[in-house]
Design a protein around this ligand. Structure first.
Ligand code: PDD
Length: 280
């Protein structure tokens, strides 16, 4: 596969970054994952807006114009031989290569831009029907979860806790309140309404936050952003998760207890249909 690094398109086997890159040394960078369906990026503008916000929040200067980002994504897709139906574009920007020093290099150095197309296997019909199992976990990450940072150790350890427990994901709680999964947002259904935590520094505002709101409006379901206590998650009628790669999926078991009926619920089914209609 062809990847983009340091201003050039190269075969993956020849692509490299300095060991002094601050992404490697400090995890000092940000990323995006843009899903691609039938060769078309899905909600690219929203992803690029969030990329801009992440860069601004950690004071990395914008390496490219919006037109250049869009062009890069389209060029990468065009250079991918076996496009299949689904893929994702991974974009990463780090603060660049500099002598190891915690403080930002002064004067600033050129940010390192890396991008690639990677395969994306959307959830199979079987997974959609069976639903996912999750465990709850204290959220032990930092307090800037709104930044889509490549410093993902907290998320990596959380996901590994799920693997060790033999489940698919974790649902994290901070001070007794729902935050999010290791790599997804979590949605709670109660009495026919959809709830999610407010968009603040404790969660990554998934691009599916905006999408879920639109889909709920479309199908006439009330959508509320407010703090969700753990008890409300435990007594939910339905739980769902969303991400660029998982789309929307039902959670049917939390800490070995059935969620609601223990099967994917009606609200999930409606949102799933509405989501599918957008990507087809
Ligand atoms: N993860 N929260 C976290 C911590 C995430 O890592 C992600 C996405 C989301 C959902 O955001 P979106 O709807 O924009 O994909 C929420 C990506 C897919 C990843 O790290 O691979």
């Amino acid at each position: 596969p062809t990847v983009y690094v340091g201003g050039e398109f190269l075969p993956l086997s020849r692509a490299s970054v300095s060991v002094l890159d601050r992404g490697f040394i400090f995890g000092d960078g940000i990323y995006e994952v843009v899903p691609i369906y039938f060769g078309q990026p899905f909600r690219m503008a929203e992803h690029l807006d969030r990329l801009d916000r992440s860069l601004a929040k950690i004071e990395i200067s914008q390496p490219m114009s919006r037109e250049q980002w869009e062009g890069l994504v389209r060029d990468l897709i065009a250079k991918t031989d076996s496009q299949g139906n689904c893929a994702m574009v991974y974009i990463q920007v780090t603060r660049g290569v500099a002598k190891r020093d915690h403080a930002f290099p002064s004067p600033p150095v050129k940010p390192t831009v890396f991008a690639m197309v990677a395969p994306m296997v959307p959830p199979t019909e079987q997974v959609r029907r069976a639903g996912l199992k999750v465990i709850s976990l204290p959220d032990e990450r930092w307090l800037h979860c709104d930044i889509k940072s490549v410093s993902l150790l907290g998320n990596v350890l959380a996901k590994q806790a799920a693997v060790k427990a033999g489940v698919d994901e974790v649902v994290q709680f901070r001070d007794g309140m729902l935050t999010e999964g290791a790599s997804c947002n979590i949605w709670v259904v109660k009495d026919g309404k959809v709830y999610a935590p407010p968009k603040n520094h404790l969660v990554l505002e998934g691009i599916r936050y905006g999408l879920m709101q639109e889909l709920c409006e479309e199908i006439g379901i009330q959508f509320l952003l407010k703090p969700v206590p753990k008890e409300a998650v435990q007594s939910a009628d339905e739980l769902m998760l969303t991400s660029a790669t998982k789309e929307v999926l039902p959670i049917v078991e939390l800490d070995a207890q059935p969620v609601g009926s223990g099967r994917p619920g009606h609200v999930y089914e409606s949102l799933r249909r509405a989501y599918d209609a957008r990507i087809q």
